[in-house]
Design a protein around this ligand. Structure first.
Ligand code: ATP
Ligand code: MG
Length: 497
């Protein structure tokens, strides 16, 4: 058998005395796609950050092409040794162009002067490989999250690495982009590269994966050939138990109308036109559609994050005239946004501060925060959502990606809400924790709250909602009753241009 591209043995890593990895092993062979799986906080990103020189290990050995490393890698040396990583959290410079981001620190120069034309041409080559029709001169901040993710992938491809680590590459991609990415992965594999593939979208694994390694609580559980295992087995290794029900649906009698949206238009983002629908108390309304269909724009306009250019939002029978997210909150309408880093979290603050920020009235008296109450409330939240953290006073930026997402969802749950809107609530969340989030959504439903959620995962839409609004190109193309519909019908209306 060929020598492994890399092998890590007995890797240990602790953060402030808490182990993120304990005695972990991992091996990547040439021409294989190796899935690295585990619950949120299991240590996947940490292990890959060690391999790519972002973190240094406390102990353990790393072999590259059979040679033991005597020095720790840095991000630069890892890059020159052929290790490329696509990080879970996007790492692009928003104010630079696509080409500038792809070739950051590796700019194309002619006699010392930046050759922008050549750089844009080169960038275009990699963009085309991923079937992306983007002008390399576009500023990255103008692109939707899914395209930014694709640019990040291009950047790593352009480094011509022999080891490519993809940490949750598809969590923000559209179906078509996923297809294009899978084609590229097949090509890379053919060329003898090794790919580490981290994902919580377990259904997609069968399309590309050769082997799987599963981590649990920072320990290596098992490594198997994908062909010799099954998803239920993988899940049971990940969570340490079997899960009986993926979608814990509950039936609650539908109450009165709580929200009415009439003829809503907005010109922000992809824009939306003439969106009208009703939401009832105790109802879960899903918004399905392809990326760019206008679902996020709809919820942003309703919740005051974007300005409406037309239409009306009626809350409990009265025109709501929501001016800002703060105004929405004061009227009992909450929105957990899609882009957690930009809109949903203050990553430089602690978990407790993030959870209590929209709930200051609950935890303060005469304008002073009562830290004891803050701590207690946050601990309750951490427990009910199974947020993995050494303490509630941990900085949010140090939490694993999925645990950050739980904070975004969790911070609204203390409120007295009328309407709660979730935009992709389970993105990047592991199978077991998804169920926790569904249970929270069910709790809201039981309490007569109207819940809306935007989701790109059709099984989740079908598994959890009562009705589905399907959108395409900024318009509603169909409203469906969940129990009378299926995946094909939703997709049909989602692609009705
Ligand atoms: N820089 C850091 N400082 C402190 N703790 C950290 C840091 N980075 C990671 N951790 C902790 O290490 C543990 C493992 O995190 P890691 O990001 O590797 O998880 P993961 O398996 O990638 O999870 P996810 O699926 O949610 O992305 C977590 O408990 C996390 O809070
Ligand atoms: Mg991670």
């Amino acid at each position: 058998m060929a020598e492994a591209l890399f092998r890590a043995e007995h890797i240990k890593k602790a953060f402030s005395g808490v182990y993120a990895l304990q005695d972990v092993q991992f091996e990547l062979r040439t021409g294989e796609v190796h899935a690295l799986l585990g619950e949120n906080g299991a240590g996947k990103s940490t292990l890959m950050k060690i391999i790519s020189g972002v973190y240094t290990r406390d102990s353990g050995d790393v072999y590259l092409n059979g040679q033991k490393l005597t020095h720790d890698l840095t991000p630069q040396t890892a890059q020159t040794r052929g290790i490329g990583i696509i990080h879970q959290e996007l790492n692009l410079c928003p104010h630079l162009t696509v080409a500038e981001n792809i070739f950051l620190n590796r700019e194309f120069t002619t006699t010392g002067v930046l050759n922008q034309k050549k750089q844009n041409e080169e960038a275009k080559k990699y963009l085309l490989q991923l079937n992306l029709d983007i002008d390399p001169d576009t500023q990255v901040s103008k692109l939707p999250v899914s395209k930014q993710q694709m640019v990040e992938i291009c950047k790593t491809l352009s480094m011509n690495a022999s080891i490519i680590i993809m940490d949750e590459p598809t969590s923000a991609l559209t179906e078509k982009e996923i297809e294009d990415l899978f084609k590229v992965i097949a090509m890379l594999k053919e060329a003898g590269k090794g790919i580490v593939y981290i994902s919580h979208r377990l259904e997609e694994l069968s399309r590309i994966v050769d082997r799987v390694t599963i981590l649990r609580d920072g320990r290596h559980v098992t490594t198997m050939n994908f062909a010799d295992t099954s998803l239920p087995e993988i899940i049971s290794y990940m969570v340490g138990r079997t899960l009986d029900e993926k979608f814990p649906r509950i039936e609650v009698p539908r109450g009165e109308k709580v929200l009415e949206v009439k003829g809503l238009s907005s010109s922000c983002g992809v824009g939306v036109k003439d969106v009208s629908f009703d939401l009832y108390k105790g109802e879960i309304l899903a918004f399905a559609g392809l990326m760019g269909a206008g679902r996020t724009e709809t919820v942003r306009a309703i919740s005051g994050a974007d300005k409406m250019s037309g239409g009306e939002v009626i809350l409990n029978g009265k025109p709501a005239k929501i001016k800002s997210p703060a105004d929405a909150i004061s009227k009992g309408l909450f929105c957990a946004p899609e882009d957690r880093k930009r809109d949903g979290l203050c990553v430089r603050m602690t978990l407790a501060e993030n959870i209590t920020l929209p709930n200051l009235d609950f935890v303060s008296k005469f304008g002073v925060i009562m830290s004891k109450v803050e701590g207690e409330k946050s601990r309750e939240m951490v427990k009910s959502l199974r947020i993995k953290t050494p303490s509630v006073f941990q900085y949010v930026r140090n939490l694993s990606g999925g645990n950050q997402q739980k904070v975004v969802v969790g911070k609204w749950l203390m409120r007295n809400a009328q309407v709660v809107i979730f935009d992709e609530p389970t993105r990047g969340i592991d199978v077991a924790s998804k169920i926790e989030i569904y249970n929270i959504i069910n709790d809201l439903k039981k309490n007569g709250i109207g819940v809306m959620f935007v989701s790109s995962e059709l099984p989740e839409v079908l598994g959890m909602s009562d009705r589905v609004i399907v959108m395409c190109n900024g318009k509603i193309t169909k409203e469906l009753v969940t129990k009378n519909t299926n995946q094909e019908e939703i997709l049909h209306y989602a692609t009705q241009y």
